[in-house]
Every structure is written in C-alpha cells, then in structure tokens.
Design a protein around this ligand. Structure first.
Ligand SMILES: *Cc1c(COP(=O)(O)O)cnc(C)c1O
Length: 471
C-alpha cells in the first residue's frame, strides 16, 4: 500500500473519544482511566492492522463498529483476574510456574479462618503480652524435626541468605565444588554467598570431596561449613560427597558450625513409594547439623516459606538480625504452615491429607483407572475432532527436586485433527479454567497424577470445547 492509500485508510479510524461515546451509552462499569487505556490500545492495534495490509472495514461507520466490538472484548479481558486457577495436567507435581505445592484442606481452611478476622499473630493470649509470630509454628517444627529451635522466613532463598549473613558475614564459608549449584530463578550459591557478605571457599572437585578437603581449607577466618543439596541435577558415576556426619566431625574439631541447605526438605521417607532415598530433615538434624534450611512449598507440601531449624544459639542470632524483619512471613503463611505441619503429626495420614504427598505416592493402578475414565468421557464427545489414546508414561516430581526420578503413570494423548496443536493448547490456556498439559511429539499429553479430584469434569469439558470452537 502506498502512502496516500495508507493515509486514506487512517482517516477511517475513529478517535478514542468517538469510541468512548458509544461505549458510554452501553454503561461499562469499570474505572474511566482503564477504559480509555483499553480503547487507545484497541484503536492502535487496528492501525497496526492497516499498516500490515490485513483485511479491514472500508467505511468510517463499519470501522467504528468493529473497534467498539473489539474494545468490548478487550475490556472484558481487562476485567478478568490476572491470577487464575489452572488445571495442572502436566504430571509435574511441584511445578514452579504453576505455583508449586497446593495446600491441604486443613491448610486452606486455616487461611480462610484467619483471613476472616483478627488473630493473635503477635499476641500471647496467656499473658496478654506481645508474642512472636513464629511461636505458632516453632514448637511443632522442633517437635517434628528434633531441632532445638526454628524460624520461618519468606522462602528458602531468603533463609539461606539470612543464615549466611548472620553466621558468616565477612567470614569464609567452605563448600564442596560439587555443590555450587544454580537452583533456577537466579539463585546461585556463589551469588547468594556474595550477597550475604560471606566469602566462598571451594574445596574438592566436581565429583569428589573428602573430609580432608574441608580440614585443609579451615583458616582463622572460617565461619561456617556449608552443605548444599544439588536439587536439580545429579553427578553420577565416580562420585563421593562428604556426609553431614563427617562434616559435623570436622566442625567439632575446629569449633565451627555446620549448615545444610536441604532445598526440598522431606519430613517423611518416601523411598518405599519408589522415590529415591533422601535424608529427611530429622536425619540431618540427628546427624548433628547446626542449621538446616528447606522450602515450605516443595516436598513439604505447604505454603511458600523458608524454614530454618537448628541449634538455639544460632537461631537466636538470626532472630535478632534486622534482615529477618525484611523477609518475615505474613499471617496467611503462619496459618497454612501451622496446619500443614499439624497434618504431619500423624505421618500415615499426612500421605493422604497433603496433596503433594498424595500425588507423589499415587499408585499406578489408580492413575491408569483415572486415565481410562478421562478417555471414555472424552472420546464420544470429540468424535472425529481428535485422536485420543491412553499410553504409559512418566510423571516428574518438579520443583528442582529429584531431577532424574521418573514416576510411572498413564497419560491421555490427544492429537487434534482439524486445528493445529498450537491452536489447541493456546485455546486451553485461555479457557476458564486454563488447562496446561505436556506437549510431546506433536501431541498433547494429559497426566491424571496432578489433576485434582473434582477437576476431571472441567478438564473433559475444556478439551471438548477447545477442540470444537471454530475461532
Ligand atoms: C529450591 C532451593 C532453594 C530455594 O528455595 P525457594 O523456597 O525456592 O526460595 C535453595 N536451595 C536449594 C538447595 C533448593 O533446592
């Protein structure tokens, strides 16, 4: 299109005010500024359409009508919540992009109850004096883990930062080379160390580190021995890491505290369900670690939080650090964490009550049955629109934990026939509720492991509607 033709087309565009006038008559009930912004963007997008030479209306009247209609759709989108529920059919139990752990019924109820009114967050109801927000969870944490004291902060990254900054500011921290990991989201041990003011001293090699390596690295300025769970990767083959007991022995000889950043932090051993044997928090505490940090929303299955347990003298120092105030948890975290921890008081029941544990320990037969049910419901409704089959596959733990662990599952595979796979998955993402599956070999895979009870009907409906819809 030449310039003259473009200018002619631009003349058809209404002003923002002209669109607003039509919309005003229809009484859109949202703040005026927001409406103006949405209309401005809509007119702008129509201008782009003209520039790109895409099909457009050819009279002032019809262009206005179309822009008004587009504005109404955009306004509806603008009124929708940005944070929305998603059906997780990826089979990744702790999916960081999908909010990691989901809360147990008790935890959800606790949040609701506390959200409904005032609470004794920092008031000791026995004495009437000021209390600590941590007291609601500290006793249960020490009871469950066997540690002397506990503290909870915003997330595990801030727990590590706080612990290092408190125990080793301007001091050397000895870490095995095989544990200098990047956890993701720019959490890299060397960077966190630098941020905390501690000085990193690497020892050993990528695959082997011996107690002697730590001993040789100890200097007058050593403040801490640190063990980091490698979480999202594994070094296999000719390897040796120093155990927590061995590190504690070195620490005792030189009067140095030993800290373990466990990352996920198991409270129950899941190895009998086919998950790799991992030391539980209790075992690491029993092994003599002075400070242990782990996440609230990874394998623990609770809210986002960074849990610190260990010797009272070190935890007390952390409680006095001004950074603790900056990374403190809110009342909803206290409420849901307390409820989650109470679920653990009966470890057998915890496997059923805590969704993360329930999903991780789901039996293959149960998952096969769920996949069969989904296919039986979907197939007759979609007819020729897609090829729907059941297949054996594997789910993942996620959340940077157990990267090579494959959990056997049965998935539903869907190949749309009349629309592209891209179009299908895009529709599912925009559907209410949004559905996220796994794309593999030009098919969409739905893993029932992470689909919650009660979501099956919604999932079937979403799949069917998104295969049918013509736009
Ligand atoms: C995940 C992880 C962290 C960060 O925990 P967040 O709760 O995500 O802040 C730190 N260290 C290790 C070893 C981890 O696995």
């Amino acid at each position: 299109m030449n310039n003259q033709a473009l200018i002619e087309k631009f003349r058809l565009l209404p002003s923002v005010d002209e669109v607003l006038k039509v919309l005003d008559d229809r009484q859109v009930k949202i703040p005026h500024n927001l409406i103006v912004e949405v209309v401005r963007r809509t007119v702008e997008s129509y201008r782009e359409r003209i520039i790109k030479g895409l099909p457009c209306e050819d009279s002032k009247e019809t262009v206005l009508r179309e822009i008004v209609e587009m504005s109404e759709v955009n306004l509806e989108v603008a009124c929708r919540y940005n944070l929305r529920p998603v059906i997780n059919a990826t089979g990744v139990v702790l999916h960081t992009n999908l909010g990691r752990a989901i809360l147990s019924e008790n935890a959800r109820r606790a949040v609701q109850t506390i959200a409904n009114g005032y609470a004794n967050l920092e008031l000791d109801l026995t004495t009437g004096k000021r209390g600590s927000r941590y007291s609601a969870v500290e006793g249960i944490l020490t009871g469950l883990t066997g540690a002397e004291a506990a503290l909870v902060v915003n997330n595990n990254a801030s727990a590590v930062l706080l612990a290092l900054g408190t125990l080793a500011r301007n001091k050397e921290v000895i870490v095995s080379r095989g544990q200098l990991v990047e956890i993701g989201g720019s959490f890299r041990i060397p960077d966190v160390m630098a941020q905390s003011g501690a000085i990193l001293v690497e020892v050993g090699t990528t695959n082997k580190t011996y107690p002697e390596d730590y001993r040789r690295a100890v200097s007058e300025n050593t403040g801490l021995l640190l063990q980091v769970h490698t979480s999202n990767y594994r070094i296999l083959g000719f390897t040796r890491e120093t155990t927590i007991e061995e590190m504690v022995e070195v620490g005792r000889d030189y009067d140095l505290p030993v800290m373990s950043d466990l990352g996920s932090g198991f409270l129950v051993d899941l190895s009998r369900f086919g998950l790799p044997p991992e030391p539980t928090v209790q075992e690491v505490v029993r092994g003599g670690a002075d400070v242990v940090t782990f996440s609230g929303d990874k394998l623990l299955g609770g809210p986002q939080a960074g849990i610190i347990v260990g010797k009272k003298k070190y935890i007390d120092l952390m409680k006095k650090n001004p950074l603790t105030r900056a990374v403190r948890i809110d009342k909803f975290t206290v409420a849901s964490l307390e409820a989650t921890l109470r679920d653990y008081l009966d470890p057998k029941a915890a496997l059923q009550k805590i969704p993360t544990l329930r999903m991780l320990t789901a039996l293959p037969g149960e998952l096969e049955y769920k996949a069969d049910v989904l296919v039986e419901k979907i197939t007759p409704l979609v007819g020729e629109l897609a090829r729907v089959t059941v297949e054996k596959d594997f789910s993942r733990v996620g959340g940077g934990a157990m990267p090579i662990t494959e959990l056997p599952t049965t998935i539903v595979s869907i190949s749309p026939r009349h629309i592209s796979l891209d179009e299908f998955t895009s529709r599912l993402r925009r559907y209410t509720p949004a559905v996220i599956g796994r794309v593999q070999d030009n098919r969409l895979l739905l893993d029932p492991r992470t689909v919650l009870d009660g979501e099956e009907e919604l999932l079937v409906e979403a799949v069917v509607k998104c295969l049918q819809a013509s736009s």
